[in-house]
Ligand binder design. Sequence first.
Ligand code: FAD
Ligand code: NAI
Length: 494
Amino acid sequence: MAVIEEAAAVSGGALASASADFDVIVIGSGPGGYIAAIRAAQLGKTVACIEEWRDDAGKPKLGGTCLNVGCIPSKALLASSEHFEQAVHGFAEHGIQVKEVALDLPQMIRRKAAIVDKITGGVEFLFRKNKVTWIKGHGKFTDRGTDGVIRVEVLEDNSAKTYRARSVIIATGSRARHLPGIPVDNKIVSDNVGALSFDTVPKRLAIIGAGVIGLELGSVWRRLGAEVTLLEALPTFLGALDETVAKEAERIFEKQGLNIHLAVTIGKIDMSAQGVSIAYKDKEGVDQKLEADRLIVSIGRVPNTHNLGLDAVGLSTDTRGFIPVDDQCRTSVPGIYAIGDVVRGPMLAHKAEDEGVMAAEMIDGQKPAIDYNRIPWVIYTEPEIAWVGKSEAQLKAEGCEIQTGQFPMKVNGRALGVGRPEGFIKMIADAKTDEILGVHIISANASELIAEAVVALEFGAASEDIGMISHPHPSLSEVMRESALAVRKRALNM
Ligand code: FAD
Ligand code: NAI
């Protein structure tokens, strides 16, 4: 152990004199891994990234969950389904008569696939540009020598090759959690993978889990014509959100036609080639049955550490399956870092990216840091939901004295012009110092609006600062300024 500690003090984990194939090996090429690889290469390291992903046609792919079956394809379908809904229900108000709107689902799915191909191909290009070696196959630790050099075996097509690295970044991500005893065939019962590629719009779609995936993909299929029912175990809708936003979201989504049942207990699920029958107890404890043509299971995700050889290098997972790391993403083994969905914290692509940069800079001997309180969240429903910092309930529980300002979209000229008057922005500031502690948005384009709030929190801005800054007119961003002014009861347009 003393030798290993001594080694750790030298050259990012390994003795400077030790020979290795690469300075850095990254296992996994999702947004955490590919960004870590690029940043390490920018810093002059020799870098390899091991990735085992293959698409349905068996073609090796970079980009992980996010680019292949997560953020990117889901947002493509959200956009397409939104256009469809607008064509069917929204254009008439603008004086545009569209006759016989027809859905070409195969084309919608092909468009999504083309976007995935383009963006994953973009990562391949970036690897070539930055001289990152892409090693195709499954990576597994075999040992860490007394010189601190880490060996990773890569298995592909029944052959194995071992590579030596001075530092390793584990970026193996996560996969969908499934219900025990309910096999996911991605036809009748799907997780995120199948739910992004249905070949027909189900007439009746059941979703277990009214979290982020349930709401986003539920919205996609509702807009395309499915009758969607969400069954959620918790009694509170979107319990992690500021309560004001969560209440408004529940009201709007119910109005849109999502049937949301909270506080349910799922019982027996029967599957057949025609569909599923889900027995559950409702919030009053009464037995209910939901019949559906398809079921999406979206009950959270579990970290990927299967057959990773963690024990061979002295690592193990915590009780929830995550790899324990410190604030700088260091594991307990010198030279080995872990980032993204496989470690604590929110399962978000931009959080994985930030940690990828941090791990690469740590290996380079820099002293980077991440403030997790300043990582924004977005739910890409319509309206979108976005927030950064703390909720009113969290701050009150912490004993903070706060003042809040809230301003509705419905009195904003741009929101009316674009036909998106729903929602509001709520800003929370420290009652004494006026420092902004949280911003919570439910509105069109909340994913873009929240960026201003992230900057404000990062620079320790006061609500007064945002209230003083010129915002373009007419724009949705004026509501950010008005919510800031509302903190001191100074909103101008209400
Ligand atoms: P991943 O993207 O999961 O990548 C891990 C990679 O490691 C995979 O390619 C895997 O094949 C590879 N791998 C695993 N083990 C090995 C091994 N032993 N050897 C070789 N390769 C291995 N987040 C957002 O911020 N915004 C969104 O809009 C958003 N939308 C989402 C929508 C859906 C439907 C889903 C499922 C997720 C979404 N997320 C979103 C979450 C986001 O996808 C994840 O937080 C992000 O992908 C995590 O990045 P990662 O690099 O940690 O892991
Ligand atoms: P989630 O954690 O957002 O929601 C899962 C929901 O399922 C929770 O509300 C939970 O209470 C419920 N649940 C769990 N077990 C249940 C059971 N047995 N019966 C009924 N309900 C049950 O997880 P989700 O939606 O699967 O998404 C996984 C993660 O992927 C998210 O937490 C998020 O980090 C990431 N993601 C991010 C997106 C974004 O940033 N826009 C979009 C999609 C996913």
